[in-house]
Write a protein that binds this ligand. Structure first.
Ligand code: COA
Length: 326
């Protein structure tokens, strides 16, 4: 028994924040943002809109595409670093909104690698016959933990959600062929949101220190990204007796256009084999890979039988890669 992505779905909030808009908020400019990151616009949730609202709409899109009803779902996994609340899990709010009364749900926090970690759980559940139909959702409202006084981070992060429906297949020629997950707790200070948590509970001081927002050592993180993504991608490909030249499409976490291009260049993958959505989605952490996958799927970039390499890199540090036969 193998796990297979049978449909994709997404939802992006209507409100758009452009680079020009950001010029009015911090000392930055369209040219710097475009050249250094590849981002042109980003979607931002409305006041009152919560992560489970985005996740629910993305899940509905994936369910409708596959003509599957919410009652058929066994598990809902939401990868997010911006849950509706610390408790209960966002997946439970999604379950209620969907009316997926036969499912159980939980959240996963692995930052920008969250979707890949969630996909690995879905893969294991299917292989071990624990479940047959699983919604794997990446959903974020990063604008709520972004410091709009910090130009080094506020130009990068954005909101959005995407979902894949994972089902069991007995066909050996399709589905998730391999996955590799990595983390290194030595680098937890490269990117963090210190509060609220047991270390720094919510307090006036935490708010004044801006500890409730993302703090990132961008350049140090950037330097580690390309080689880490290459290493883990090569590892999963080698384990399947494959190499970069066998890949039809690489769908990467969209953290920075220069990172994706750097990986593609070293892997000798031509531009048409990479998916770039950072220009329109910016960095949506756990939602980024499924958003890019859904965009590729809906825009005719994927055909049946394609070999797809997924890879991620994120806080702090997590990184991963997977190979899928579509
Ligand atoms: N507008 C204009 N200038 C800016 C700026 C902005 N928004 N943000 C930073 N700068 C300035 C810096 O102050 C610095 O100026 P200085 O040279 O006068 O000190 C200069 O630009 C270069 O800063 P640096 O941080 O070295 O830029 P960079 O080329 O590394 O790009 C990132 C910054 C964040 C875009 C890049 O480092 C990155 O993408 N990092 C990886 C992020 C990542 O993968 N995170 C994990 C997954 S989410």
């Amino acid at each position: 028994m193998k796990a297979k992505i049978v449909s994709t779905g997404s939802y992006l909030p209507e409100k758009i924040l452009t680079n020009k808009d950001l010029e009015k908020m911090v000392d930055t400019n369209d040219e710097w943002i475009t050249q250094r990151t590849g981002i042109k616009i980003r979607h931002i949730a409305q006041d009152g809109e919560v992560t489970s609202d985005l996740a629910y709409k993305a899940a509905l899109d994936a369910l409708n595409s596959a003509n599957v009803s919410p009652e058929e779902i066994d598990v809902i996994i939401v990868a997010t670093v911006t849950p509706d609340q610390l408790l209960p899990a966002t997946a439970l709010f999604v379950q209620e909104k969907l009316g997926a009364k036969n499912a159980f749900g939980f959240d996963i926090n692995a930052a920008c690698s969250g979707f890949m970690y969630a996909l690995s759980v879905a893969d294991a559940y299917i292989r071990s016959n624990m479940a047959k139909k699983i919604l794997v959702i990446g959903a974020e409202i990063l604008s709520r933990i972004t410091d709009y006084q910090d130009r080094s981070t506020c130009v990068i992060f954005a909101d959005g959600a995407a979902c894949v429906l994972v089902e069991a297949t007995e066909n050996d020629d399709e589905g998730i062929l391999g996955l590799r997950l990595r983390s290194d707790g030595h680098y937890t200070d490269l990117m963090e949101v210190p509060s609220p948590g047991s270390h720094k509970p919510c307090s006036k001081e935490a708010i004044e220190n801006r500890d409730i927002y993302i703090k990132m050592k961008g350049n140090e993180t950037f330097k580690m990204s390309i080689r880490s993504i290459l290493e883990v991608s090569e590892d999963v490909l080698n384990s399947l007796d494959l190499s970069f030249k066998d890949i039809d499409l690489m769908v990467s976490h969209q953290a920075n256009r220069r990172i994706i291009e750097g990986v593609a260049k070293r892997a000798k993958l031509p531009e048409e084999k990479t998916i770039i959505t950072i220009d329109k989605h910016a960095n949506t952490a756990a939602a980024s890979i499924p958003l890019a996958l859904d965009w590729a799927n809906k825009n005719g970039k994927i055909k049946k039988g394609d070999l797809i390499l997924l890879n991620s890199f994120g806080a702090s540090l997590t990184w991963s890669a997977g190979v899928i036969r579509w």
